[in-house]
Design a protein around this ligand. Structure first.
Ligand code: NAD
Length: 438
C-alpha cells in the first residue's frame, strides 16, 4: 500500500519504518530540513534500539523515503498518518495546532479519496475537528475519512511494540477506512492479538485512559514505597506480594523518582482538562499529578536530609538522565528536576548517561559536567544519585566506586542494588521504600 507519515519523531519514524518493513511504500515528511537531510543520508536522528536494521534495509530496498515536500507525500499516499506533536498548552489541554494546521495544508493538496489517520495522542473530538477542516477545504466532490488510530508503542522497545502490538485500536465509522486499515495492519497481528474497532471518540479516549491508568499505577506504588519507609516495610516484598495476583499483575509496580517522559505527564494533564471541560472533576488524576510532582524530588529531599540541609559546594554524580532506559529522550525526565534542584542549592553536578548526554548538553550546556563513563562522574563526588535504571548500572565495580567517591554514599532512585550486598560492602545506601543502609 502507499503510505505517507507526517512527522518523523519517535512515533512517526518508527511507524514509517515498520510499515515499510511489510512491503508498503512509505514517504515520511518532516518540516525540519536538517532532520530530513540526516535521514536521507542514512542517519537516524533518535536512539531507538533495533530501528537501524529496518531503517537501512527499507531505504536500500527503495520502500522508505524522506522529504520536506508535503505535496509529494500526499500525492503518493492512499493512507496518510499524522504523527505530530500534541504538547501541553498553557491550560494543560493538548495543543492541537500542529494537527489542525497540517490537516489544512493536506486538505488543499488532496485530489482524490484518502484515509487520514491520526496517530498522535489527541483529546476526544479531535477526529471531528480534523474532519471539519477537511470538509471546509477539500476541492468539490472529494472526500476523506479521518480515522483515530492511537499509538501504544513504548520508547526503548518501540520497534518490537509496533511489529507485534498487544492490540491495534482503530476508531472509525467508515467501512472503506476500516477495510484499508485492516489490510494494512494484518501482518502485525498474525499471532492473534486483536484489532479493536470502535468509534473515533472512544478510540481517542482509550489512549488517554491507558496512559493515565499506567501513571496511576506507578504513582500508587510510589506512595506505597513512601509509606514503607515510614513504617519499616520493604516495598520489594510488597510488590512481589501483590504482583502475583493476576488482577494486579507484576508489571509497572516498581517505585522510583516519579514518572516522566513525553507522554504520561502531558496526557494525564490533558485528560484532567478534557474532563473538566465536560464538567467532570477527575479527582484521582489530580492526585496522581500532585503526588508525582513531589516524587520527582524525593531523592533531593533524601540528599538534603543527609547533609543537614546544606549541600552548597558539595558535588554529586548522577547516573542516568533519560526519562527511562534505552532511550535518549529527556522530555520531562526526573533527572532534569533533580539537577535543577541541586544546582539551585549551590551543588556541583557531574553526569553520565549512555545515550541522553547530547540532549542534556543542548539544554543545560556547561552548568554541569559530562563524563565519558559512569566512573568518571564519581571522581571526588560527595555522593552518587541513580536516576535511570540502565542495565549497565546494575552490576558495577563497587570497589572502583569506593576508590573514586569522596564518601561511600549512594541515593538510588531505582532500587538497583541488593540491600544485604550494600550492607556488606559498607555503603550508606538510601533507596526508595526499602531499609536504609548506613
Ligand atoms: P516528536 O516531537 O518526537 O516528533 C514530532 C515530529 O513532527 C518532529 O520531528 C517535528 O519536526 C515534526 N513536525 C512538526 N510539525 C510538522 C509539520 N507541520 N509537518 C511535518 N512534520 C512536523 O513527537 P513524538 O514523540 O513522535 O509524538 C508524536 C505524537 O505521538 C504525540 O501526540 C505523542 O503524544 C504521541 N505518542 C508518543 C509516544 C512516544 O513514546 N513518544 C507514544 C505514543 C504516542
Amino acid at each position: 500500500m502507499k503510505i505517507a507519515v507526517i512527522g518523523t519523531g519517535y512515533v512517526g519514524l518508527v511507524t514509517g519504518t515498520c510499515l515499510s518493513e511489510t512491503g508498503n511504500s512509505v514517504i515520511c515528511v518532516d518540516i525540519d530540513p536538517d532532520k530530513v537531510q540526516k535521514m536521507k543520508s542514512g542517519i537516524i536522528p533518535i536512539y531507538e534500539p533495533g530501528l537501524d536494521v529496518l531503517f537501512h534495509r527499507n531505504i536500500k530496498q527503495d520502500r522508505l523515503h524522506f522529504t520536506t515536500d508535503l505535496a509529494e507525500a500526499v500525492k503518493h499516499a492512499e493512507i496518510i498518518f499524522l504523527a505530530l506533536p500534541t504538547p501541553p498548552g498553557g491550560d494543560g489541554a493538548a495543543d492541537l495546532s500542529y494537527i489542525l494546521s497540517a490537516s489544512l495544508e493536506i486538505a488543499k493538496l488532496v485530489k482524490e479519496y484518502k484515509v487520514i489517520v491520526n496517530k498522535s495522542t489527541v483529546p476526544v473530538g479531535t477526529a471531528d475537528k480534523v474532519s471539519a477542516v477537511f470538509k471546509e477545504n477539500l476541492a468539490p466532490g472529494i472526500t476523506v475519512d479521518v480515522v483515530s488510530n492511537p499509538e501504544f508503542l513504548r520508547e526503548g522497545v518501540a520497534v518490537e511494540d509496533f511489529m507485534k502490538p498487544d492490540r491495534v485500536v482503530i476508531g472509525t465509522r467508515s467501512e472503506t477506512a476500516k477495510r484499508l486499515m485492516t489490510e494494512l495492519y494484518a501482518p502485525y497481528v498474525r499471532q492473534g492479538n486483536p484489532i479493536i474497532y470502535m468509534d473515533e471518540r472512544s478510540s481517542e479516549l482509550t489512549k488517554y485512559a491507558a496512559n493515565s491508568f499506567l501513571a496511576t499505577k506507578i504513582t500508587f506504588m510510589n506512595e506505597i514505597a513512601n509509606l514503607c519507609e515510614l513504617v519499616g516495610a520493604d516495598v520489594d516484598a510488597v510488590r512481589r506480594g501483590i504482583g502475583s495476583d493476576d488482577r494486579i499483575g507484576r508489571r509497572f509496580l516498581f517505585p522510583g523518582v516519579g514518572y516522566g517522559g513525553s507522554c504520561f505527564p502531558k496526557d494525564v494533564q490533558a485528560l484532567v482538562k478534557s474532563a473538566s471541560d465536560a464538567a467532570y472533576d477527575f479527582k484521582i488524576l489530580k492526585s496522581v499529578i500532585s503526588v508525582n510532582e513531589k516524587q520527582k524530588v524525593v531523592l533531593v529531599n533524601k540528599v538534603k536530609k543527609y547533609f543537614n540541609g546544606n549541600i552548597k559546594d558539595k558535588s554529586f554524580a548522577i547516573w542516568g538522565l533519560a526519562f527511562k532506559p534505552e532511550t535518549d529522550d529527556i522530555r520531562e525526565a526526573p533527572s532534569l528536576y533533580i539537577i535543577n534542584e541541586l544546582l539551585e542549592l549551590g551543588a556541583k553536578v557531574s553526569v553520565y548517561d549512555p545515550e541522553a548526554m547530547g540532549n542534556v548538553k543542548a539544554l543545560l550546556g556547561d552548568r554541569i559536567d559530562y563524563s565519558i563513563d559512569p566512573y568518571e562522574a564519581l571522581n571526588g563526588a560527595d555522593a552518587l544519585l541513580i536516576v535511570t535504571e540502565w542495565s549497565a548500572f546494575r552490576n558495577p565495580d563497587f570497589e572502583k566506586m569506593k576508590a573514586l567517591l569522596k564518601a561511600n554514599v549512594i541515593f538510588d532512585g531505582r532500587n538497583l542494588f541488593d540491600i544485604e550486598k550494600m550492607t556488606d560492602l559498607g555503603f550508606y545506601y538510601n533507596s526508595i521504600g526499602r531499609k536504609l543502609v548506613n
